[in-house]
Design a protein around this ligand. Structure first.
Ligand SMILES: C[S@@+](CC[C@H](N)C(=O)[O-])C[C@H]1O[C@@H](n2cnc3c(N)ncnc32)[C@H](O)[C@@H]1O
Length: 328
């Protein structure tokens, strides 16, 4: 394929997934003949634009890795990396140029392979990749739709102080943390007892209480911390290992609140009374399992403080599962 065709595709405003992916493939296939080949300089001019587009879509890691190879090449050529990426004339040993192209191509190919086919609307690649990873690796109940909803809210509203009551494996907390990282700031405080005694402190129903009394909370907690560290989300995650009723005093104002702790009548209502009142006017509350009989009083209390923005429904049953509300 002609390299100029690739340049045109990269320069267009079309979505990153289509033309850019084609461009990467083409760049990856490109064979270097010699360092003086004018196509080499065209390659690096195109690469510069590919890196800019990758950076804009939040794919920091491949950009950093490619830049290591560009820096090395520039060092060997005795010039600035901006000369290489600007398509300027540089000279070094052909093998060094060939090695750089092969290494850069491998990084770009890997990036194409690991990126999702189609990004959901309003969710950048770094956040979506994290949502898929959390879904695959962490225990919990957060559906794809709910994770995307949380991420979109955080990306649009840009909250600073986020609180989640009921973390379990982190399936809903990590998407929030990934969106905060994308925003460049903010923390999600997870409040989780990881204790069967706390989980069944007040009855919900027999089957539910029996299930919670047999959970390997130590293993769930270990995987939560392992995932946060492996994905570099720890700067945005704070964990308060305590019953929610004892942690409310730590917060003055909350920008984003997710209530998904105990679904017992007492605890769910207590979480609303203690935490939802601390959400600032205009802040967001996500309330899970709105269709449970035991969460009905909590839902009514929330209605006295907030307006409903949207309700997520279970696609199979059509039942309301999760409400998004805005504090008056
Ligand atoms: C439904 S799960 C949370 C699911 C999680 N948000 C997700 O999307 O996968 C409820 C969690 O709340 C925790 N929990 C129950 N009562 C609690 C309390 N009083 N204080 C803190 N955490 C509690 C349980 O240990 C359990 O992990």
């Amino acid at each position: 394929m002609d390299i100029d065709v690739v340049s045109d595709a990269v320069g267009s405003d079309q979505p990153v997934c289509g033309p850019l992916a084609d461009a990467w493939e083409t760049l990856s296939d490109f064979q270097v003949v010699a360092p003086a080949d004018p196509n080499v300089f065209a390659y690096f001019r195109t690469l510069d634009r590919v890196l800019a587009a990758l950076g804009e879509s939040g794919e920091v890691e491949p950009v950093e890795t490619v830049m290591l190879h560009v820096d090395y090449l520039a060092d060997k050529a005795g010039c600035d990396p901006s000369v290489v990426l600007g398509g300027g004339d540089f000279t070094t040993h052909p093998q060094i140029v060939a090695d750089a192209l092969v290494n850069i191509s491998l990084v770009l190919q890997q990036s194409v392979r690991s990126r999702p086919e189609q990004l959901p609307e309003g969710v950048p690649a770094d956040v979506y990749t994290l949502i898929l990873e959390a879904e695959a690796k962490l225990a919990g109940w957060c559906s794809r739709e709910k994770a995307l909803t949380i991420a979109r809210i955080v990306l649009e509203e840009r909250p600073k102080t986020c609180v989640e009551i009921g973390v379990f494996g982190g399936r809903s907390l990590m998407p929030c943390a990934a969106a905060l990282r994308h925003n460049g700031g903010g923390e999600i405080y997870g409040i989780e007892a990881w204790s069967p005694n706390v989980a069944i402190e007040n009855a919900t129903n027999e089957a539910n209480d029996d299930w919670w009394s047999k959970i390997d909370f130590a293993g769930i907690k270990r995987e939560f911390y392992r995932f946060a560290a492996a994905t570099n989300l720890t700067p945005h995650v704070r964990l308060i290992e305590a019953p929610s009723g004892r942690a409310a005093g730590l917060f003055d104002t909350i920008d984003f609140l997710h209530i998904d702790g105990s679904h017992s009548m007492v605890n769910a209502a207590e979480d609303v009374i203690l935490y939802a009142r601390k959400v600032r006017s205009g802040g967001i509350v996500v309330f899970d399992d709105v269709n449970w009989a035991s969460t009905a009083p909590a839902r009514d209390l929330l209605g006295a403080l907030c307006d409903v923005v949207t309700v997520l429904k279970d696609p199979a049953s059509g039942l309301d599962i999760c409400a998004v509300l805005r504090r008056r």
